[in-house]
Design a binder for this molecule. Sequence first.
Ligand SMILES: Cc1cc2nc3c(=O)[nH]c(=O)nc-3n(C[C@H](O)[C@H](O)[C@H](O)COP(=O)(O)O)c2cc1C
Length: 170
Amino acid sequence: MPNTILVTYASRTGSTVGVAEAIGKRLTENGLQAAVLPMTEVKDLSLYSAVVAGSAIQDKKWLPEAMTFMHTYRNALLQKPFAAFLVCMTLAMEKGDYRNAVIEWLSPVRALVKPVSEGYFAGVLDISKIPSFSARLNFRISVALGVWTEGDHRDWTAIRSWANNLTSKP
Ligand SMILES: Cc1cc2nc3c(=O)[nH]c(=O)nc-3n(C[C@H](O)[C@H](O)[C@H](O)COP(=O)(O)O)c2cc1C
C-alpha cells in the first residue's frame, strides 16, 4: 500500500512551484511522506495514497495542463483523498473582496473530482517573467491603476496552515 502523498502543480512563472514545495515540506514535517512533482511529470497515481493538486490561474482558470491532468487521472483521483488549490493575483488585490469569485474558478475541477479541501492563495506578480507582450502591457497598466502591486504576495502562514489541516482530514 503506497503511503506517499503526491503534491503536484502547474506553473508558468514559478510561484506555484514554491507553494507546492511549502505544502510538501509541511506534510513531511508532520511525519508524512510527500513527493512534489509538476503535473506533466506524473505517470502513475497508484504510487500515491493521496493527491494534492494546484495550479496557477490564468484568465480565471487553472492552466490547461492542470485540467488535462484532471481529465487523464479522474478515475484514479476518485479513488483516493484529493485536495486542490489555486494561486492567483486577485487575492492580492488592494481593494474589494473577490474571494467568492475566486472560489468559482475551481468549479471545473470540482465537477470532475470533489476535493476534500480547497486552498486559495495569493501569488506573485513579476512582470519581467511574463512571456507575452500583451499580458505584460496589461499587467503594467493594472499596476499603474493601483489594482495590485508587483512582488511576492504569497502568505506562507496561510499556505502552511492549509497543509496542516490536510493532515487532520480522515
Ligand atoms: C497571462 C496571465 C494571466 C493571468 N490571469 C489571472 C487571472 O485571470 N486572475 C488572477 O487572479 N490572476 C491571474 N494571473 C496572475 C497569476 O495567477 C499569478 O501571477 C500567479 O502567481 C502565477 O503563478 P505561477 O508563477 O506559478 O505561474 C495571470 C497571470 C498571467 C501571466
